[in-house]
Design a protein around this ligand. Sequence first.
Ligand SMILES: [Zn+2]
Ligand SMILES: [Zn+2]
Length: 366
Amino acid sequence: MKIRAAVVREINQLTIEDVELDAPKPYELLVRLHAAGVCHSDLHTYRGELRAAPPLVLGHEGAGVVEKVGAAVTKFKPGDRILVNWLPSCLHCEACLRGQSNLCERFPSTTLVGLLPDGTTRLHTLDGMPLKHYLSSATMAEYAVIDEAGAIAIPDDVSFEVGALIGCAVVTGAGAVINTAHAEAGSSAAVIGCGGVGLSAIMGAKLAGCNPIIAVDVMESKLAFALQMGATHTINAREVDAIETLRTLTRGGPDYVFDSVGAAGTINQALKAVRPGGTATIIGMHAIKTDVPIAVGPLVAQNKRLLGSFFGSSRPHVDLPRLVELYRSRRLPLDDLITKRYALDELPLAFADMEAGHVARGVITL
Ligand SMILES: [Zn+2]
Ligand SMILES: [Zn+2]
């Protein structure tokens, strides 16, 4: 079928064009998408900074309605509302069985390079060039074919927009606090970088009972969003020395520091700022092609911990439904996270707004 999609034919070349989407195979679903979140990972991929190389269709945060199911699908039927889980774990490899299904052994050769879990693609340009599905999802399009494991049911009272964000930004940020760092109630936390993932880490810190929760960014607009999401203090790192201020606010450094930026400067800032014996956690995929020199002295001599967090150390099939329920019981203010909506054709504007700090999270409505 012919669908409209956000296509990256080559690095730094984005077009919104009609493409051909093949029918789902036996274990797959055809989904009519209604919302797609605009994430930094899409922008980094468009610029060639992550592993999935073009040509591909962008988008990995999404939600919609199942339109058609393959012959072997048992868990879903046409008409079901779902959010897209871009980590369609196999649930039977060793990583999945030991409870680390965010590290499923099939991801490196499929999802992370832009293929469906069976290693193939259902997308082509109208002139016949195969297109990859970014993170097994390709949600910046009217329709997507995804593996059955890439869908999580959502109830009628969860909007497609909120569902889309739960599947990436929210699970990545909140999961880093709850699952990766295991921050405990009463501990102090700081979050460096207040985009969608950082704001979700702030929500996670509030949920975990952290106090204070200190937001660090260089844009006042993002710090204002942080206060709305549960930060108790903000630091504009362009105006004051962030490390010194963090130490002052927490009498020696926060127990937990989360870096959602993933740059050399912020990674070392997180490690320096955290108190002796504290935990610095690096979130997200942004630095995947970057080698960062680490200040090893304080790491060892001050017994600090430096952790990486991928998809919030979450087990998608367990933790995504939990986040849906936390939202429904008003413990996660996710409606406030969505600050602007765009048409698919406005994707370049959505990327520009994200970089300029105009939005907490932008969503494409389809
Ligand atoms: Zn994302
Ligand atoms: Zn697996």
